[in-house]
Design a protein around this ligand. Structure first.
Ligand code: UD1
Length: 315
């Protein structure tokens, strides 16, 4: 019997959470519509009950939630530029899907939903680090959609008593992140290109910074969020990050060492909807979950490069 449901399980973060649960001997169901998830990411998850389904379909949500106690909701269209190109698609797959899932979770008697939030909701406010009491200021359709999902999730705690925890992820990277799409995360793209000897492109001057968060830390935070006492965490929202930031130019230099790439990056015009700097205050997750990063940025980047070097991410 599946005690846990992971949505977006064929995506990089969902896959990683499911693998950690299976390693603990838990019963897991996973759902994905393969819009951006990859079948190859399910390799190694054979002990999981897999269901192909689209969360914009309420019936699929009902099937996915049946009999489950805890949901990790990772399914989304995770890209700022994709949302600029297709705001309606982002809304359907981030907002409608989340609301349908919450309705189904409540109807099925799910105890807790852990929601994958996004640091993009902080937008362009210059204050660093970003802390949870700051007013959200979404500047892309994607950020609006992730914020709407966050509010729906918290409202379900308030009005229906569903236990919910929102984790605002900051630029997650690591093995299993798809490097092949134009909409992929920057580190996945850079790893693939630089290992292949291809020149990566930096949008803008490369001085934008991110709190790049290695996947093991995100999995760790999710497992803590699932286990924490409801009176402490339910209805809460908290940053999930390393609590350090690095510019793209600096990251490129580290990747040069790790990949052996000898060229320079190409520079192109900055991307619409991009935020400039991002850095998390991670004290709240520390207080509420006992969260602290368990794997550092450089070590995470080294493991990530090795994963792509040995053929990861290629179907
Ligand atoms: C990322 C996530 C988003 C998450 C958010 C906050 C992805 C695809 N997006 O958005 O889901 O909610 O963090 O945690 O993981 N860039 C380049 N060259 C490239 C690609 C990107 O210079 O080839 C630049 C972008 O212009 C941007 C930075 O790298 O300035 C990061 O871009 P990206 O990895 O897409 O992440 P975010 O937009 O920050």
């Amino acid at each position: 019997m599946a005690r846990y449901l992971v949505t977006g399980v064929a995506g990089f973060i969902g896959r990683s959470i499911a693998a950690a649960l299976l390693a603990r001997g838990e019963g897991v169901r996973g759902v994905d519509n393969f819009l951006t998830g990859k079948r190859v990411n399910l390799v190694g998850l054979e002990a999981m009950e897999f269901m192909e389904g689209d969360l914009s379909d309420p019936a699929a949500c009902a099937r996915a939630c049946a009999g489950v106690e805890i949901v990790f909701h990772e399914a989304a269209l995770a890209s700022v530029p994709r949302s600029v190109a297709d705001p309606v698609g982002t809304n359907v797959n981030c907002v409608d899907a989340t609301l349908n899932l919450l309705v189904a979770a409540r109807a099925a008697g799910v105890r807790r939903v852990v929601y994958a939030g996004s640091s993009s909701v902080y937008g362009d406010a210059p204050t660093l680090p970003k802390h949870e009491e700051m007013l959200p200021n979404p500047i892309s359709p994607y950020a609006v959609a992730k914020l709407a999902g966050e509010h729906y999730t918290r409202a379900f705690a308030r009005v229906y008593g569903l236990e919910t925890v929102v984790l605002r992820y900051f630029n997650v990277f690591g093995p299993y992140q798809d490097p092949t799409s134009h909409y992929s995360g920057v580190l996945a793209i850079f790893c693939r290109k630089m290992l292949a000897g291809e020149q990566p492109t930096i949008y803008g001057d490369g001085e934008q910074s991110r709190d790049f968060t290695y996947i093991d830390n995100v999995v760790h935070a999710n497992l803590l969020a699932a286990a924490a006492p409801a009176e402490k965490v339910s209805g809460q929202m908290m940053n999930t990050a390393m609590g350090t930031r690095i510019t793209l130019n600096e990251t490129f230099e580290i990747l040069r060492e790790l990949t052996g790439f000898s060229g320079k990056p190409a520079y192109a015009e900055g991307r619409a909807g991009d935020i400039r700097d991002s850095l998390a205050d991670i004290r709240l997750a520390g207080e509420l979950l006992g969260y602290a990063p368990i794997a550092g940025f450089r070590e995470g980047l080294r493991r990530t490069v090795e994963w792509y070097r040995t053929g990861g991410g290629v179907e």
